[in-house]
Design a protein around this ligand. Structure first.
Ligand SMILES: [Fe+2]
Length: 283
């Protein structure tokens, strides 16, 4: 993917800390009592004002159910994924949103699928026309506006494309919701003669969060970021659900599976299993 920009990791050390604290129901005072680190220092780090030492990061990780060495690596900025090369996948920014959009395709673009119609609709439609993509699917990972706020316009420009979305999030696309294809966990969509797009229901960031597998590339939406996980904003699904979704549905895919997240750079299953601080070697 020559058009892949060098994106910073989506989550800072402070973001990881805040997500884990919220996830386990802790705060700076509690963490301070458990680790002996000053509460005001922890609060500062949560706001990206300074960062913990490696030893401090290890101490925090032990009480936050994070992996100590991996969190120390995040604190010292010692890890960035090796960017994998994905065949037949094109990245585009969702300007003005900070999210990632993708098109993947077969036969040089004669058959194509858009992942997350968001941002300035004219930009998306122009990109799809210029690439002469035969758009068959509009796949939506979840209900947040920075992932689906251009659905109406893209669907109008490509009326033959099927909108695909989990039913628990489908209300976000308004009056298009009834026409969306509601897919369930593990269901596969035909794509060309011998390819299937598999949907994995990965709740936790939202209740209907979905990841889509095309060949050996998984589009994870905001479920998994390189070196982090999405925030747990489900109505009923929780922080534990997002971690379990990743363990059970994503980390069980082959090591070389490429992960294309909704924000930040891509990664692979092997790299996340080895470096993501929310998991350990037993994940
Ligand atoms: Fe989101």
């Amino acid at each position: 993917m020559s058009d892949w920009p060098r994106l910073p990791l989506e989550d800072t050390f402070g973001d990881v800390l805040r997500k884990a604290m919220r996830g386990v129901g802790s705060d700076a005072q509690m963490l301070a009592a458990q680790t002996g680190i000053a509460a005001h220092a922890i609060a500062r780090w949560c706001g990206d004002d300074g960062v913990a030492t490696r030893d401090e990061a290890r101490a925090l990780a032990r009480v936050l159910r994070l992996d100590p060495e991996r969190l120390a690596d995040r604190a010292s900025d010692a890890w960035y994924p090796t960017i994998p090369h994905a065949e037949d996948v094109r990245h585009h920014p969702h300007d003005p949103h900070p999210s990632n959009g993708y098109v993947f395709f077969l036969e040089g673009g004669k058959r194509a699928a858009l992942v997350d119609p968001a941002g300035v609709p004219e930009h998306l439609v122009r990109m799809l026309h210029e690439g002469a993509y035969g758009l068959e699917y509009i796949l939506i990972t979840h209900k947040h506006a920075d992932h689906c706020d251009a659905t109406t316009e893209v669907a109008a420009a490509f009326p033959d494309a099927k909108i695909v979305m989990h039913e628990l999030d489908a209300h976000a696309i308004g009056n298009l919701a009834p026409s969306a294809l509601r897919v369930r966990d593990g269901e596969e969509l035909p794509f060309g003669d011998d390819v299937r797009i598999r949907m994995l229901h990965t709740p936790g960031h939202t209740d209907g969060s979905s990841s889509y597998l095309f060949k050996s590339t998984l589009f994870t939406g905001d479920t998994l970021f390189a070196g982090s996980v999405g925030g747990a904003y489900g109505d009923v699904s929780t922080y534990d659900d997002i971690l379990n979704s990743i363990r059970a549905k994503i980390f069980t895919l082959p090591d070389e599976t490429i992960l294309m997240p909704g924000h930040g750079p891509p990664s692979t299953v092997a790299q996340e299993r080895a470096h993501n601080p929310f998991f350990d070697d037993h994940a």
